[in-house]
Design a protein around this ligand. Structure first.
Ligand SMILES: [Zn+2]
Ligand SMILES: [Zn+2]
Length: 313
């Protein structure tokens, strides 16, 4: 099971009920964040998932609405008693930006390890999740989308265990990942498992025009969280000029990719009621939803050949 929470759904500037960009991802009691806009630590307090279990942060890019919450977040982590290393990933320039933001928090009780990602992106692991950073088109500013995968181990196959004459009392060991001996033969856990099973995939990408790298990284996703900066058609010139995306464009991408569901976020301050623009987006891709601050979504393992079940649908 994978859980996400859109802590902040505002773009550029906050509104009274809309903090700036941040997503909390939680799996098996551990968490990490994507983006840390102003108000992130307030959102985490309201949510109640805690600071202590947060192991890292991946930043999309360094516009203020995505990173100015960092000093406060680090102070909250310290107050929560953190001693373990906290990891931060982001585009080139990460070191300079984090060092600048952290002038006001010079001493922390825990180490912060910075990982500047190459321009072409990279894959890393955090809290047992595989995360792929891929570059997107934000008008020449280094900016990443993130594809988050919770993989699922293949299931134990009792028929294979029987065929290899593994005694019943050793099945548990194999299920727990241990090898066992059957006479002179060694039986490994992978000898008694079935086909690989589909895990859960979530893609998060804001501050981009629709582009090839984004398109390439959407197929197979159970949930795509994309920016819906503008809803009304008359805002299209602004979307083009500022290198942002229309809700309709996000819906087209989700439809093309066959995504399980689309959750729109990163709304312009001019978009007072994102829900009002949903019908037009749903004409393109039916399973389109508008995020709000503090919205949580639970994704559970799918049955064969299906998308993961999400609490949105
Ligand atoms: Zn932004
Ligand atoms: Zn931006």
């Amino acid at each position: 099971m994978l859980e996400i929470c859109t802590l902040g759904t505002g773009g550029t500037l906050p509104l009274a009920d809309r903090a700036l960009s941040s997503l909390y991802v939680r799996e098996n009691g551990q968490g990490f964040l994507i983006d840390c806009g102003e108000g992130t630590q307030v959102g985490i307090r309201k949510l109640g998932w805690g600071f202590k279990c947060l192991d890292g942060l991946a930043m999309t890019h360094f516009h203020g609405d995505h990173c100015t919450g960092l000093p406060g977040l680090l102070l909250s982590l310290e107050k929560a008693g953190r001693e373990e290393t906290f990891h931060i990933w982001g585009p080139q320039g990460l070191k300079r930006v984090v060092e600048g933001l952290c002038i006001i928090v010079p001493k922390l009780s825990f180490p912060v390890l910075l990982h500047e990602l190459p321009a072409a992106g990279d894959t890393f692991e955090i809290i047992g999740l595989k995360v792929k950073a891929f570059p997107v088109d934000h008008g020449g500013i280094p900016c990443f989308g993130y594809r988050i995968c919770l993989e699922r181990a293949a299931a134990f196959d009792p028929e294979k265990a029987k065929a290899l004459k593994v005694p019943l009392e050793d099945w548990r060991k194999l299920q727990d990942g241990e090898s066992v001996r059957v006479g002179l033969k060694k039986v490994r856990p992978e000898d008694v498992t079935g086909k690989p099973r589909k895990g859960i995939t979530v893609v998060f990408s804001t501050d981009t025009r629709p582009c090839e790298t984004l398109r390439n990284n959407l197929p197979g996703a159970d949930l795509v969280v994309l920016e819906g900066m503008y809803g009304e058609e008359e805002k299209r010139p602004q979307a083009l000029k500022n290198h942002h995306m229309m809700m309709a464009e996000a819906a087209e991408l989700a439809r093309e990719a066959g995504a399980g569901a689309l959750l729109l976020t990163h709304f312009s301050t001019s978009l007072e009621d994102p829900e009002a623009c949903l019908p037009a987006a749903r004409d393109i891709f039916e399973k389109t939803f508008a995020a709000s601050d503090g919205l949580t979504v639970t994704l559970r393992y799918p049955k064969e050949e299906e998308n993961a079940w999400t609490s949105l649908c």
